[in-house]
Each structure stands twice: as C-alpha cells, then as structure tokens.
Design a protein around this ligand. Sequence first.
Ligand code: BGC
Length: 340
Amino acid sequence: MLRLFRGSLIVTSQLGFISAAQVPCSATVSVKRLLTGVILCSQFLCQNTCVTMATATHSKALTSPYPNSKQERLKLKPEQVSWQTKWEEYNPPDFTADKVLVGPVWADPDDKKNAKEYKKIVWNKLDGKVNRQTYEKCKTYKVPEIDGRPSNPIGRTGLKGRGELGKWGPNHAADPIVTRWKRDAKGTIEQGKSGKKVLQFIAIQRKDNQEWAIPGGMVDAGEKVSVALKREFGEEAMNTLEATPQEKKKIKKAVDALFKVGHEVYRGYVDDPRNTDNSWMETIAVNFHDVEGASVGKFKLNAGDDAAGVKWMDISSEIKLYASHQHFIEEVTKRHEAHW
Ligand code: BGC
C-alpha cells in the first residue's frame, strides 16, 4: 500500500498508456510495480486518478451564439461562473438542438419529451455501456434535485439543456496527438527561436468552424479509449475510407505500430464552445511520437470524412487551435523539451 499526497506521479492508466497525472488529493492505493519514476498502478488508482484541469474556469464555453445556431447565452461576468456564487434568479435559456431532440442512437433521452427513460439514467457511474463518470479530479458532478440535471463541474455557461451534445453530463472524446520532429531537406532537425527543437503534429481543419484541431472524436458507447484514438485518427487524418486496399494495409500497419506506445498528456474537462450547464466535453489526449519520422510521417495526408484539411503543423505558442487543444499541445512540448 502506498499513500499518495499532493504532487505529480506517472501512472499507466487502464488504457495501457503512460500518463503524467497530478494527484491533488490523497488516495490510498496498492501499487503493483515500482519502476524508476514510473508507477504501474492498480485498477483502483486508475479509476480514481485526479488530474490537473486545463482551465479552472472556462471562456469558450461562454461564447455566443451557440455553434451552428442563433441561440444566445446569458452573458456572465467572470465572478458569476462559479456555482459557489449564489444566484437564485439565474435562469438561462434552455437549448437542445433539433438533431439531438429527434433521438439519434448517440443521444440520451430528453428529460421533458421522455421523462420516464431519462429518470433511469445512472449518474457518475458506468451506466450500461455509457460512461457517465467525470475525468475531473476524483470528484463527482452534482445532479441537483431542483431540475434533476447534471451540473457542469466548472460552473455556469449561460445556457441550459444539451445544445448539440448528445449526452447529459460528460461527453467523452479521445484526442490522438501524433508528433514528429521538423526536419529540413537534409533530414536535420530544425530549431525554433528558443533554440529548442521544433515538433510538428498532425492537425486537421474542422469542417464545422474551419478551426485547426487535433484529429480526435467521440468515444462510442462501450468502446475502449485506445480503440477510439486509433479509429478517429484513421477516419479523420489518414482517410482510410478512401485508400486502396493495399494502401489501407500499409497505413494500418504503421498506425498500429505507432499507437502501441502512447503517453497520456491530459485527461479532463475541455473548454468547448458546445458545453452547457448540463452537458460538457471531456477528453483523454495521448501523444504518439514518431521519433524517426519514418512510420506515419511517410504517408500522404488526406482529409477524412469530418475534416476539411489535414497537415503537419509546426508547434509553437503562436498556433491557434480549437477548444483547449493548444493546452494539450503545450503539454506535449514539455514532455519532449521542444520549442514552444
Ligand atoms: C473533438 C475532440 C475534442 C472534443 C472536445 C470533439 O468533438 O473531436 O478533438 O477534444 O470534441 O472539444
């Protein structure tokens, strides 16, 4: 048994990836193996790992109009975001997009149109195949009796309902960050202004808002995060759907090999413009580094189904990315001691 207190530790999660996680609370765990600086943890620790939040508050989740709609949010002052700030009259607009209300497979029952089914949802647990646990800090999110809806763990957003998100509470995504060193024509690794080596990552341009992003996506119900990471990467960046069978084989082999060793760089809430008071995005971001640039780096990048463009993007603090993706990329540069 080992008692862990505030501080950092490196754990392998149930995904098999190595994760650098912050443990802001104490947890009693049984540690199976102890390597130099690497703790291989028990299932208990993995399920209760606390992580640093990208944002103590959110800003993109406060922007109006809500994506793909004319829906305005109630304007909030920074001090009004926290649920700790008492605000009895708080009553923002209630908005769930029609595409969610019609009840596609990926969406939960509506609390008004289908109250009987809605009441069966099991919060903060694995609910059948749907993971309703938050990745945030050892904590559970609250489901106040007053409206029976889960509360965004970061705070108010100026909008009730689910917006475009299918699930009440956390909606889980997976973000594969595939990196290589930037090299010149001779193969020498290039240096940035800081004198540190420059990394590049595979970025996609989202079709919905033209913003550049990590080629991630939603984890399907019952799907392992490790599987979702690889599937999303294939669908969005490698365009496996349009490759010839021969190309597909080669791509699959290279991706399989690269995705064997990943380093988890982030796990938690995402400051996403689609978040509402009752539905929000969370993700696990994992870095797969192609050291020699010889595996996935060799393949032609084609935009897939959900992406408008795909490229190797130079990493620096100047890049502007979707949601909190810039924060995840910065974490990757720290890991590789690369230019930022
Ligand atoms: C995207 C992920 C992103 C998540 C949260 C998903 O739709 O595919 O890349 O991290 O939303 O913003």
